[in-house]
Write a protein that binds this ligand. Structure first.
Ligand code: ZN
Ligand code: ZN
Length: 282
């Protein structure tokens, strides 16, 4: 399990992911997921002038969701208004039997939680509010106007005693409240952008998709997607309007990292997980 943690902490953007890792949370998060039956996965970090989805977040949510469905679990996705087209395209591309939900204008996160009635909530690359109540991107710019308060799902779940798992890569995501002091110390502009929203189990990764794949590997590495499946999904998401969140371009890249280097980790993850015994479901 430690070699999976080490792999997903690879930090091509130099954003300090390793300093945000909570040792053991990957394994504990996978164990909590293995026990759950009805799972809500919220994702989407609005980027660009129209607040569309980026190529980090949805692939992680979709492939984790597929793995959970293969384990017999019921999966519902939630995302922002501006990211819904991309997520819907991803669900079709992977032929998932999963619902896509979102908050209606002014609707509180508790209403979505009532509707889905999950027994566990996962947030993947989802903006998390900062101490001043605004949502910031990695450049320290406010994106509050483009964000639906889906991070409130983690807050509402905690209030109801439901377990929560979060994946992030920059400190400004929902869940990072668990390591807020480390975000403020290790991340550029961390003082301002650090999210105050915590999760029970926090998976910090160099790229959030990798963190989600780390969870799949910890659950059952045989459920990891093949690199060509990932390429095909990225093509479908970009065709539906997704942008690389760093380049702000519709390219087959993630967080500014070219496809080849991005996919290399997937292969390494498969090798590391297959050679180690760790399986949360065992
Ligand atoms: Zn991020
Ligand atoms: Zn990212």
């Amino acid at each position: 399990m430690e070699n999976i943690e080490k792999l997903i902490a690879r930090d091509p953007g130099g954003r300090g992911a390793a300093a945000l890792q909570v040792p053991g949370d990957l394994s504990r998060g996978a164990q909590a997921i293995a026990k759950a039956q009805r799972i809500l996965i919220a994702t989407g970090f609005p980027v660009g002038p129209n607040g569309v989805a980026e190529t980090d977040g949805p692939p992680g949510a979709l492939f984790l969701g597929r793995a959970l469905a293969q384990l017999g679990k019921e999966v519902t996705f939630a995302t922002h208004q501006g990211c819904a087209v991309v997520m819907a395209a991803g669900i079709v591309a992977l032929d998932l039997h999963a619902r896509l939900d979102r908050l209606a204008l002014g609707e509180p996160p508790t209403a979505l939680l009532d509707r889905v009635a999950p027994d566990l909530v996962i947030a993947i690359e989802l903006p998390g509010r900062s101490a001043d109540g605004n949502y910031y991107n990695m450049r320290g710019l406010s994106i509050t106007a483009k964000v639906d308060p889906l991070d409130g799902l983690l807050i509402a779940a905690a209030e109801r005693g439901l377990p929560t798992v979060a994946v992030g890569d920059g400190g400004n995501e929902a869940g990072m409240g668990k390591v807020r002091a480390q975000v403020q110390g290790a991340v550029n502009g961390g003082e301002k952008i650090a999210s105050v929203v915590a999760a029970d189990h926090l998976i910090a990764a160099g790229i959030s998709n990798w963190g989600a794949y780390g969870l799949v590997a910890a659950l059952d590495y045989r459920l990891l997607q093949r690199p060509e499946e990932e390429t095909a999904l990225l093509e479908a998401l970009v065709a539906a309007g997704a942008l690389d969140g760093v380049r702000l371009q519709p390219t087959l890249s993630v967080d500014g990292l070219d496809l080849e280097a991005y996919l290399a980790l997937l292969v390494e993850l498969q090798q590391a997980a297959s050679s180690s015994t760790g399986q949360a479901t065992a």
